[in-house]
Design a protein around this ligand. Sequence first.
Ligand code: SAM
Ligand code: SF4
Length: 401
Amino acid sequence: MAPPAAAAAASPVLLLHRAAKQLWRNRFGSSSFRGQCTASAPQPEPASKGVAAKDELSLQERRRFLREPLPFSAFLTDSFGRRHSYLRISLTEKCNLRCQYCMPEEGVKLTPKSKVLTSEEIVALAGLFVTEGVNKIRLTGGEPLIRPDVVQIVAQLRKLEKLKTIAVTTNGINLARLLPSLKEAGLNLLNVSLDTLVPAKFEFIARRRGTGPQICGITLSLSLPDFDPVTVNCVVMRGLNDNELLDFVKLTEEKPLDVRFIEYMPFDGNKWNFKKLVSYQEMLGTIKQRWPDLERLTSGASDTAKAYRVPDFQGQIGFITSMSEHFCGSCNRLRITADGNLKVCLFGNTEVSLRDLLRSGATEEDILEIIGAAVGRKKQQHAGMFNISQMKNRPMILIGG
Ligand code: SAM
Ligand code: SF4
């Protein structure tokens, strides 16, 4: 993990931010500069009055920056111009299942409770990101719905005015019980993970006895009227559940579900193997054999799923093609792990502890500078499926999917 001091090393974004902050202060004497440059903000005077340090931006660069105010927070914009408006927060490393693709058989070493973010810390960090332009937060884990204060966290997040979407990704086991209070607290998007419709297979994949598919079925019918659409996440693995693709598509005939087929990704301890990966093109081919007139739907700029619909079906399907056709170019996501590390890429192993900064009494501005530096160092794309299968990363359950 990169120590905070190293994280503060000057990146183009941080230099840009520092120069702008200095100019702002010289001109307005205000300490309220927050890296959010909008067209309506008063413009600082030209750089001649500013005393930007020599190692900061050149005069020409500063002038260009001042002429072209950023439409989005400098802290959350990386050096490839990607604006990070979507934050995923892991609420816990714990889970009531043990899915093979997510964690090693022997389990994971859990972070001591004292080092896991408290609900106050989660809300404080979320508030900082929202002020800078994040408009969607997804709560994940581990299993977020086993955290006892999950409803209170959602309610606190709902108070953040500029936050449009509060989403949860869950295995569904506790959902039926918590759904009414989550909805009342302000939850407005729901992903339920379900990899098989066969109970015995569920037990094999999740390494837990249980009636997952039935529970999910009930949960889904309960949640359908409240969340439009409910998304079902299905990790497809060769020889395990790839023979259920058509059954999952069939679910969308009568129900307004969005079934997402996710390519199996490698994480530490999940025994990923190229042969187990069923690619997007292969899945598409299988589905098209049954429904040749499957139609492609248009997607939003930062949608990760390639969306399709069988004509006249109520719901739709999508493919998350992180392995065969990565979508790094339009990535707008940041992650905070349950132990408080900022992770700018799911497949990058550099992390910065926001928890330590918070607990050491760092100011919001200090924290934002560290966030800006980390975002500024985000790579253009992940290293490719073979390389990421070789590199060290945490198990998915500790990252928060
Ligand atoms: N426990 C919750 C759940 O299962 O929905 C939330 C956490 S889980 C880590 C988030 C998502 O990551 C789930 O949809 C899960 O299927 C997905 N996931 C976990 N390991 C994966 C892998 N190796 N490849 C692709 N998706 C994975
Ligand atoms: Fe738990 Fe979700 Fe990982 Fe399965 S995928 S072990 S439910 S965190």
